[in-house]
Design a protein around this ligand. Structure first.
Ligand SMILES: [Zn+2]
Length: 308
């Protein structure tokens, strides 16, 4: 995994699991290399409350630094601060720039009265038997009780074991996904066969139908699910176009699709239709992508990052 040693050196960050953690002017943060896209260096700060959209805008205006929220992960009150990488400037120059930027970000945090957890981020209670310790929890640098972390890891591991057991349900899930995709095709079939009207966006319902079917079958919601939804969508839409086209040429008086395909005009129409189908199926998958990802779990990765 590529990461910037610059930011690690400048803020004296220490490695913990797949991330680097540290503190600057009493604010804890983690630098998570896997966040780093487009050459941006991403630092995560976890606070006791979320920012309002107005506060978000205020910070960006005040500091001219790009920030984002993590809305899907736990803990959710996270601000991701993104700095530009060093590029061609010298380490000294970059160090100066990034420290200045970090300073203005900290001032912005202080203006908004943002505070970080001192208590365990998960149970929010004080235990007499143990003090919370600072850990890298799935890329977030937060105080958490050893026992709370263990409970969380166990819960997630149990779920993972449970999902593995569910692998035997895969054939059934795939069957239901196929049925779901066919049901999802019905609106398109009605539009085409009933009114000869082609509504491309209706293909978006096909992957959703496949997804719903797969979930009903209760097989693990891993990358297998994503692959199944994608493959089944293409199989169903392509077969449908194939059948529809065969029907049209036979209605037009040809013996078979094979016979009709000897004419270059018909060949051209056939390939255009196929291409359109592929395009709209891909578009359908793209439109449904968020829904598909929403139901996908990646527990093993979380467990690996929890243990530090
Ligand atoms: Zn706790």
């Amino acid at each position: 995994m590529a990461y910037s040693t610059d930011i690690i050196n400048i803020f004296s960050l220490i490695p913990k699991g797949a991330s680097f953690v540290g503190e600057y002017r009493f604010y804890r943060f983690s630098y998570v290399p896997q966040d780093t896209a487009n050459g941006l260096l991403c630092c995560r700060f976890v606070f006791t409350r979320s920012l309002t959209p107005q506060e978000h805008r205020q910070i960006v205006k005040e500091t001219k630094i790009n920030i984002a929220f993590d809305q899907f992960a736990l803990p959710k009150d996270t601000v991701k601060v993104m700095f530009l990488g060093r590029g061609l400037s010298s380490f000294e120059k970059f160090s100066q720039t990034i420290t200045q930027k970090m300073d203005s970000m900290i001032v912005a945090f202080q203006h908004l009265g943002l505070e970080q957890h001192q208590e365990c981020t998960f149970c929010h209670t004080e235990l007499e038997s143990e003090a919370p310790e600072l850990r890298n929890f799935n890329g977030y640098f937060v105080p958490i009780h050893q026992s709370c972390a263990e409970v969380l890891i166990e819960q997630i591991e149990q779920k993972a074991v449970h999902e593995k057991k569910n692998l035997s349900k895969l054939p059934f899930s795939l069957l239901l996904a196929l049925i779901g995709a066919f049901i999802g095709l019905i609106p398109q079939a009605i539009a085409l066969l009933g009114a000869q009207y082609y509504v491309g966006i209706l293909y978006a319902i096909v992957p959703l139908g496949a997804l719903l079917g797969y979930r009903l079958g209760k097989a693990p919601r891993t990358k297998i699910m994503i692959a199944s939804v994608v493959v089944i969508t293409f199989i169903v839409t392509i077969s449908f176009t194939f059948l529809y086209f065969s029907m049209l040429v036979i209605e037009a008086g040809y013996q078979s699709l094979q016979a009709a395909m000897q004419y270059s005009d018909i060949q051209r129409i056939f390939y255009t239709e196929m291409f359109t189908t592929l395009l709209f199926s891909a578009l359908g998958i793209w439109v449904s992508w968020r829904a598909i990802l929403k139901y996908t779990s990646n527990k093993e990765e979380v467990i690996n990052q929890l243990k530090y």
